[in-house]
Write a protein that binds this ligand. Structure first.
Ligand code: DP6
Length: 327
């Protein structure tokens, strides 16, 4: 059995996953498409140990409670079943997020876990199998197996729902995170999407437009057309966020600072930059722009936001083993 550190980078969806057809298996309602980023990642090591009485999960050297352990256990149990082992596991994880600003992502965490747990159990899984395994922990993690652009194809069952690589993103595209601190209690993505599917009259409208968005963005990626990629992603994100306003009870992930960030993006567009935004289940705003203009765009944003709120990201790699932990 090989206990090694495995690294997975987070990904940001340009076409969002929002809603499950099957809660237990995490089969989504729609295909989604993302870009994996270099700036944020998780490194994880799993050790199966006959002497342990229960699974243990340490995140940044702190033992995690049962709620955190739940997603981890789902993945460990599948791995134990596949490998025919009974031993409990110690899971050690380190999140590499430039600021402590709520950007920690289940995508990188559960993808790294899928890689580390299967390695420790002696399973030699293909990327496709790893994507399915990561998906069972958290849907968006299925896409973090791959670097660059990846599409999670929803499929119809456990075996047919996985991500595939689309393009290595080895062209002039980057992302700039505007970290918005927000004291409001968050609705988790898991709870938010469930409530929206169940209660929002806008949900069907959102679903109806997805095939068109997906095929348009794939064409734009093929043509390395940054402006079109950004414009489609921004529209897609706004539609997703619109569904939450129709939910019962209604909710939004936007804060006043999110809107300030959106306005700043529109201003930059008026200045002639190709820049668009996307948002996930929180108030942070992520800009899609030319990698070669990241520094220039950041300098414009410094009039409205502080240096520590602005984080540059480039396309990142897929899941891989690392010889030692990074600092
Ligand atoms: C808004 O993958 O965190 O970021 O499958 O319930 O663990 P679970 O949800 P999660 O949802 C991510 C939602 C999103 C959009 C996206 O990443 O596609």
């Amino acid at each position: 059995m090989k206990s090694e550190w495995v690294r997975a980078h987070t990904n940001i969806a340009l076409i969002k996953y929002w809603g499950k057809e099957n809660e237990e298996l995490i089969i989504p309602m729609n295909n989604s498409l993302s870009l994996t980023l270099d700036a944020f990642y998780t490194e994880t090591k799993v050790t199966f140990d006959e002497n342990l009485k229960t699974d243990e999960f340490y995140l940044d050297d702190m033992i995690q409670d049962l709620a955190e352990l739940e997603k981890v256990k789902t993945v460990l149990n599948i791995v134990r079943g596949k490998a025919g082992i009974k031993a409990r596991a110690k899971v050690e994880s380190h999140n590499h997020v430039p600021t402590a600003a709520g950007l920690a992502s289940s995508a990188s965490g559960l993808a790294a876990l899928a890689g580390a747990a299967s390695l420790a159990a002696g399973l030699d899984l293909s990327e496709r199998e790893l994507s399915k395994l990561a998906r069972r922990g958290s849907g968006s993690a299925s896409r973090s197996i791959y670097g660059g652009f990846a599409e999670w194809q929803k499929g119809t069952n456990d075996d047919t729902s996985y991500a595939v690589p689309i393009d290595d993103a080895n062209w002039d595209i980057g992302m700039l995170f505007i970290v918005v601190n927000d004291k409001k209690k968050e609705v988790s993505s898991r709870e938010g999407m469930l409530r929206t599917v169940k209660t929002s009259p806008f949900y069907q409208g959102w679903l109806n437009t997805l095939d068109a968005d997906l095929s348009a963005i794939k064409d734009a990626i093929d043509q390395q057309d940054l402006h079109a990629v950004g414009a489609i992603a921004e529209r897609n994100a706004l539609k997703m966020h619109a569904t939450t306003l129709g939910a019962n009870p209604p909710f939004t992930y936007w804060s006043p600072d999110s809107m300030k960030a959106m306005d700043a993006v529109r201003d930059l567009r008026e200045k002639g930059y190709s820049v668009h935004f996307t948002m996930d289940a929180g108030p942070n705003v992520k800009l899609i722009c030319k990698q070669s203009q990241l520094a220039e765009i950041k300098s414009h944003l410094l009039k409205d936001f502080s240096e520590s709120q602005l984080i540059e990201a480039k396309p990142g790699p897929g899941l891989h083993v690392v010889s030692k932990l990074s600092n």
